[in-house]
Design a protein around this ligand. Structure first.
Ligand SMILES: Cc1cc2nc3c(=O)[nH]c(=O)nc-3n(C[C@H](O)[C@H](O)[C@H](O)COP(=O)(O)OP(=O)(O)OC[C@H]3O[C@@H](n4cnc5c(N)ncnc54)[C@H](O)[C@@H]3O)c2cc1C
Length: 386
């Protein structure tokens, strides 16, 4: 498999890297301090990203998006992933699942999202239903031309700044080989819909300035025209895009890890103790060597999965391996970086402690590491009928 970047891909990397360094890095400390991206700054970054042609890189060109292949999307995500989450998410990539919009929904939701006029969030998780998402308690009951939604979602990222919600709710039950299961349906719900309340969730250790929220639905009426895909096929629709989303987590992890490795290597080469750079002590140098090796492995695994995605052969296990390995690699890398920075690694004027905190969530969201292992194990056992 040839993973040599094309000239166009190299240009994409250089362009995104330059944007991240010029437009995002300078604001990281302020966002960290405020736990907020000031709205004026958010608007400026979005406008610059649109002007630079970096917005909606994951969306089809014919709808106004970047029209990139999966390998190029991984490269964009990797470069954006170097910056603080709250800032890099302003260079928006609307949720992939919006590609399931029908023509009317495209005009009302997808195309405005690609243009930066509207912003989406995805609401699946509930207080009682995390990894076991199919056990969700939120219901959508048909009533005339509407569905009536009742229930609570939590941990919903950036719902505070979103304009609409891609909501997953149960619309009845169906018989399956393993017994009756809930039928899950996806909807597009305007955030100002009567009966929907959005409140900021508890402070999170990772990604200051990027908030997760609780969504409460009480007899919230959603027009049937806002059903995304087909009734009862929400899981199927989500499954079509879950692999791409997991590659995004892997790519972000790789970008962050690369930045941490560069910074800690420079530190190890210049910080002197006992008359020599600390990196010359085998105990430190070997840690750097392991970090660099694992980073290369994560990147190869992710690019390989993306290349398979472009070829139409990526499996759930390919995406799960990339997400699992890259997010766990990032956790080890940032922990090692703090250790090699020594006491300075824990001080807030150094970014190492922020990278370490921010890394933690990557092993939890979009399917925990255990769920990724479950997917991989299932794919190994399936041929044996186990
Ligand atoms: C900051 C943040 C932002 C988020 N953003 C969003 C969002 O925008 N939209 C959204 O819908 N969700 C979002 N989530 C939710 C996230 O996807 C869930 O937290 C995640 O899927 C795990 O669910 P849970 O937290 O309920 O843990 P649980 O499912 O309760 O799991 C608890 C523990 O049990 C383990 N476990 C569970 N089942 C198994 C199993 N079968 N085998 C082995 N181990 C298992 C888990 O790995 C975990 O270690 C976000 C979460 C966080 C923390």
């Amino acid at each position: 498999m040839d993973l040599t970047l094309t000239d166009e891909q190299r240009l994409i990397v250089d362009t995104v890297r330059a944007f991240v360094e010029k437009e995002l890095y300078p604001h990281e400390d302020e966002v960290e301090r405020l736990d907020e991206v000031p709205p004026e700054l958010a608007g400026q970054i979005r406008a610059k990203a649109i002007a630079a042609g970096l917005y909606a890189a994951n969306m089809p060109a014919e709808l106004g998006g970047g029209g990139l292949d999966a390998v190029s999307v991984v490269l964009v995500e990797r470069e954006l992933g170097r910056a603080s989450y709250a800032l890099q998410m302003l260079v928006e990539r609307p949720s992939n699942i919006l590609q399931g919009c029908n023509s009317d929904q495209r005009q009302r939701y997808l195309i405005p999202a690609i243009r930066g006029e509207r912003h989406d969030c995805v609401a699946m998780t509930e207080p009682g239903s995390g990894s076991d998402i199919r056990s969700m308690a939120t219901t959508a009951t048909r009533d005339g031309g509407d569905y009536v939604v009742n229930g609570t979602k939590h941990f919903i990222s950036h719902a505070d700044v979103a304009d609409f919600v891609i909501l997953f709710a149960a619309t009845g039950t169906e018989d399956t080989a393993s017994g009756p299961k809930k039928k899950i349906t996806a909807f597009l719900v305007d955030k100002d819909s009567p009966g929907l309340t959005v409140t900021r969730g508890p402070a999170c250790v990772s990604n200051r300035g990027y908030h997760q929220c609780e969504l409460s639905f009480t007899d919230c009426r959603v027009p049937a025209a806002n059903l995304l895909g087909q009734e009862g096929r929400g899981f199927h629709l989500m499954g079509q895009w879950l692999g791409a989303t997991r590659l995004t987590v892997a790519s972000t992890s790789i970008g962050r890890a690369r930045r941490a490795l560069e910074a800690v290597t420079e530190w190890a080469a210049t910080r002197r103790q006992f008359g020599q750079p600390v990196g010359r002590f085998q105990g430190v140098g070997f840690q750097l060597a392991d970090c660099a090796t694992q980073l290369e492995a994560a990147e190869l695994l992710t690019l390989r999965a993306a290349a398979k995605c472009d070829a139409g052969t990526m499996t759930d296990a390919d995406a799960a391996m990339a997400k699992l390995y890259a997010s766990e690699m990032l956790g080890r890398m940032t922990d090692t970086a703090v250790q090699i920075f020594g006491g300075m690694g824990l001080m807030s004027q150094f970014p190492a402690e922020r990278w370490w905190r921010d890394a933690r969530v990557e092993r939890i969201w979009d399917g925990t590491s255990e769920i990724q292992r479950h997917i991989i194990a299932r794919s190994l056992l399936r041929p044996y009928g186990a």
